[in-house]
Design a protein around this ligand. Sequence first.
Ligand code: NAD
Ligand code: MG
Length: 390
Amino acid sequence: MTRRISIFGATGSIGRSTIDLIERDPDAFEVVALTGGHNVARLAEQARALRAEIAVTAHEENLDELRARLAGSGIEAAAGAAAIAEAARRPADWVMSAIVGAAGLPPGLAALETGATLALANKESLVTAGPLVLETARRHGARLLPVDSEHSAVFQGLVGEDIAAVERIIITASGGAFRDWPLDKLAEATLEQASAHPNWDMGQRITIDSASMFNKALELIETKEFFGVAPEMIEVLVHPQSLVHALVGFNDGALMAHVGPADMRHAIGYALNWPERRALPVDRLDLARIGALEFRAPDDRRWPALRLAREVMAEGGLSGAVFNAAKEAALDAFIAGQIGFLRMSEVVEEVLTRLSGDSGLIHAEITLDNVRAADDMARKTARSIIETGA
Ligand code: NAD
Ligand code: MG
């Protein structure tokens, strides 16, 4: 039986890894929608190769080029955020949510409303609106599967277990590009240095977020939302080899570790084949050759983002949406060369401090409109802090 699938963020790192897997078994899938951003050539090429029904670019100014590149193929072309959400309403069995940033939330919600299984790489969906995402899935009988490697690892560790027997969940972090840098050098870290990951090959934004640990900060919140556990039960462990992705600790003292290659096609493939396990084209680890696995406690001075995530989990409500949007604005400014590497967490902390007193904003009901309002306010506040330097 062929399955209808859509990929949001098809042109990115996760999107391409997803396509790599489905191309190996072309008769099993019928591709509904593929979406991308500025890389229209790649999007059109993917849509033609997979014979998608529709290809959508996020940017209206790219529509003419997309149409031209799809001419004669019979594939529909569309552009803009509304067209992306519209494409997510087309019936599909399995939908990959792999847009980067808060823009991934609306299409993910739209796909859940159709009852589709949503493979969630876009961690920002759970960070900005966890309760809304889970409630939407519940109401429409849709299933949510984790794709982030740590969360896929925890999910696999929980198969056949009772969540009530879980004492703690440990997610690992490579430590990113600056794990071993002297602390006093961090302020001078360049964009190029922050964009190089020691173990994983990922999109630029998540790679920089790995160096700052904003990625792990988002993942702490994602863990709390996805598995519904108390923040105190979740730990971060620095693990330079990136082979143990997470550990689940049970009330009898057992720790179940998930060990696998640093290749996202494992977690994507698990979500694609769930509830079965099928063979995947990833490396088989030779632990005798690897020899040693190291673990260290994370240093809050090096990675203040982890402390900020704990504050966000304690505050709840829309503080995750504020945190994520402030982080995105600070990251934009770092990429544009407007602020230094360490300034990112200072900006985010300042936004959280300024907006946390606004309980009308933070503790409003978690709806898409209120998430957008909190997101807008946080970006504006971050930009004003960046521009005035205060
Ligand atoms: P990427 O930058 O490689 O790709 C992002 C995709 O989103 C591209 O298709 C791009 O065109 C699209 N996009 C960007 N801005 C958009 C917008 N405003 N509207 C619509 N589409 C837009 O990113 P990635 O590394 O593939 O990451 C995708 C998501 O998966 C992120 O949420 C990331 O945190 C998560 N994730 C990635 C990895 C990884 O290994 N790359 C691992 C775990 C989780
Ligand atoms: Mg991860």
